[in-house]
Design a protein around this ligand. Structure first.
Ligand SMILES: O=P(O)(O)O[C@H]1O[C@H](CO)[C@@H](O)[C@H]1O
Ligand SMILES: O=c1cc[nH]c(=O)[nH]1
Length: 235
C-alpha cells in the first residue's frame, strides 16, 4: 500500500489505461472490461482491474496536472509492477488543421513544467513515448481505418494560462494539442523504466472557441478507448 493507493500486491495488471478523470476510469471499467473489480478508491481516484478480450487490463484515474498524475504513475510502476501506462485524455487544439474529435497521439510532449528539468539536472529532456506502444496504437488505428495525428503535444501546468502568446508559438512549432500530463508521464516512465504513451481526443478548439457536446465527448472518447484497448492486445 502507498499513501495514495490502497490495493493489494498484484491488484493491477502490467498495463494500465490512465484517464485524468476517475469517473472515466469507472466508465471504462464498467463498459469495456469484463469482471472489473475496484482495486483503489483512495481520494476517489478509482482504479479497476478486469479483462479485455481475455487480456488482464487495469484502468485508473490520474487526476489533473503533472503533480497529481506523477504520484499515481510512479506508485503504479514501483509498488504495483505496472510496466505500460497509456494515458487516454482530452486535449485542446490550436491549429486549424486539428479539429474537434481528432485523435492525437503524443510521440513527444513539450511542456512549461519544470519536472523533467528537476529529474534531469536542469538540462532539456526529450519527453518521448515508448516506441512499441506508439507503433501498436498506430497499427490499431490503421486496422480500424481511424485517422490519427501523431506528433508533438504540449503539457501545460496552467489550464488558465496568462501566457496567451504561447498559442501562436505552439502552432508555429506544430503542436497538435494542449493537455496537462503527458510530459510528466514520459519523464516518470524514463526515470523508473516503464513504457508510456499519451493518446488524446480533441475535446475543444482553443482558438475557435468550439467544444464537444457531452454526447459527442462520450462517443469520441469511446473510439479512443477501444483504439487503446485493442493496441494493448498487440503486445
Ligand atoms: O481529460 P483529461 O484526461 O483529464 O485531460 C485533460 O483535461 C484536464 C483539464 O480539463 C487535464 O487533465 C487535461 O490534461
Ligand atoms: O488541458 C486541456 C484539456 C482540454 N483543453 C484544453 O484547452 N486544455
Amino acid at each position: 500500500m502507498t499513501p495514495h493507493i490502497h490495493a493489494k500486491p498484484g491488484a493491477f495488471a502490467d498495463v494500465c489505461l490512465m484517464p485524468g478523470d476517475p469517473l472515466r476510469a469507472k466508465y471504462i471499467a464498467e463498459t469495456f472490461l469484463e469482471g472489473a473489480e475496484l482495486v483503489n478508491d483512495v481520494r476517489n481516484m478509482f482504479g479497476y482491474t478486469g479483462t479485455y478480450k481475455g487480456r488482464r487490463v487495469s484502468v485508473m484515474g490520474s487526476g489533473m496536472g503533472i503533480p497529481s498524475a506523477s504520484i499515481y504513475y510512479k506508485e503504479l510502476i514501483t509498488e504495483y509492477g505496472v510496466s505500460k501506462l497509456i494515458r487516454i485524455g482530452s486535449c485542446g487544439a490550436i491549429s486549424s488543421d486539428v479539429k474537434l474529435r481528432d485523435v492525437v497521439i503524443g510521440m513527444g510532449a513539450s511542456t512549461d513544467s519544470k519536472v523533467n528539468r528537476i529529474r534531469f539536472n536542469d538540462h532539456d529532456f526529450a519527453a518521448i513515448a515508448d516506441y512499441e506502444l506508439l507503433e501498436n496504437a498506430v497499427k490499431s488505428a490503421r486496422d480500424k481505418k481511424m485517422p490519427v495525428k501523431v506528433g508533438n503535444i504540449y503539457s501545460a501546468d496552467l489550464f488558465y494560462s496568462p501566457e496567451t502568446n504561447m498559442f501562436d508559438i505552439m502552432e508555429k512549432h506544430g503542436i497538435l494539442g494542449v493537455e496537462m500530463e503527458a510530459a510528466g508521464l514520459y519523464g516518470v516512465c524514463a526515470e523508473y523504466g516503464a513504457k508510456g504513451l499519451a493518446i488524446c481526443t480533441v475535446s475543444d478548439h482553443i482558438r475557435k472557441g468550439e467544444a464537444l457536446s457531452p454526447e459527442d465527448r462520450q462517443t469520441s472518447f469511446n473510439e479512443m478507448i477501444v483504439l487503446a484497448l485493442d493496441s494493448v492486445l498487440m503486445g
